[in-house]
Design a protein around this ligand. Structure first.
Ligand SMILES: Cc1cc2nc3c(=O)[nH]c(=O)nc-3n(C[C@H](O)[C@H](O)[C@H](O)COP(=O)(O)O)c2cc1C
Length: 264
């Protein structure tokens, strides 16, 4: 395999980006990060890609855990795509520093803006607005593919300085609290006990208790549970009941379930 693309996703935006990129690159595979838990990460590929969503202006904790287990060698071409809703901030600089500690060079780092899945701040955008973002993202993915094929060296893309300073401080302040940030999740009377939330959670943070989901406080804040519930029966606090759900329209539940560990 020429290229291995490692991907983490909650609502399919990063998976879609990884797939589109893999289609444009020769001889590449997409490997779900959530299936690599606890493993040493090794690949013979000459190029490595890391694709993940920006969470609270930085790298999600499962991706950091994954990076700590990277044993892919220092001589490979390594690129990353931080998928976000408009504020990549210093995420790719954070990644560059983390990789540097392992003597791995981040040769290029790109930001791609796709629809937001952070439902507390707003429901799904109108389909035409989403489509504009998908079209712009496809353009960018084709430019990223050219850069990766040519093994270009580029500085990581980043937000304005004020965002990088302020938002990185918020990221650092909230990082250790993320596992407990599932406390506002609850299911309402529309819950049919289908168990999709339990199955789709990459952190295996949901257990069905007396026919209802119960969050176990080792949450990764990917929002897969609330966004993929077919009945829209999961809420986050009081403000989400009337908000439209979002997941990438070309990514199916089956695609998502193939990216997470199977529940026993
Ligand atoms: C907990 C959480 C935090 C987020 N923080 C940011 C952020 O700091 N900046 C941003 O632009 N988007 C942020 N987003 C939006 C996602 O990065 C964006 O919707 C991304 O495309 C989702 O990718 P996925 O579908 O692969 O999970 C956040 C989403 C969640 C769920």
């Amino acid at each position: 395999m020429e290229t291995t693309i490692y991907c983490y996703t909650g609502t399919g935006n990063s998976l879609w980006t990884a797939r589109k990129l893999a289609e444009s690159l020769n001889n590449s595979e997409t490997v779900p990060i959530a299936l690599q838990s606890g493993k040493r990460i090794q690949t013979d590929a000459k190029t490595i890609g890391l694709i993940f969503p920006v969470h609270i202006w930085g790298i999600p904790s499962p991706v950091i855990d994954f990076l700590n287990r990277l044993e892919t060698g220092t001589e490979k071409y390594c690129f990353a795509v931080a998928v976000n809703a408009g504020q990549v901030a210093a995420t790719l600089l954070q990644l560059k520093n983390l990789l540097q500690q392992k003597n791995i060079k981040l040769s290029s780092g790109f930001s791609i803006c796709l629809p937001s899945n952070y439902i507390p701040w707003g429901g799904a955008e109108k389909p035409d607005k989403q489509q504009q973002k998908f079209n712009a993202a496809l353009d960018k993915i084709s430019r990223i593919a050219s850069a990766v094929r040519a093994k270009e060296e580029r500085p990581p893309e980043k937000g304005p300085l004020w965002q990088n300073i302020l938002f990185s401080a918020i990221y650092r302040g909230s990082f250790n609290r993320v596992p407990q940030m599932d406390k506002p999740f609850q299911s309402d009377e529309k819950c049919t006990n289908c168990g999709i939330c339990e199955k789709i959670c990459p952190a295996q943070n949901i257990a069905m208790v007396n026919g209802k989901p119960a969050w176990q406080h080792h949450c990764e804040q990917c929002f897969a549970c609330i966004q993929w519930c077919p009945e829209e029966a999961i809420q986050y606090g009081k403000g989400t009941a009337k908000k439209k759900r979002y997941h990438h329209p070309e990514i199916t539940l089956k695609d998502m379930l193939a990216c997470v560990p199977k529940r026993k």
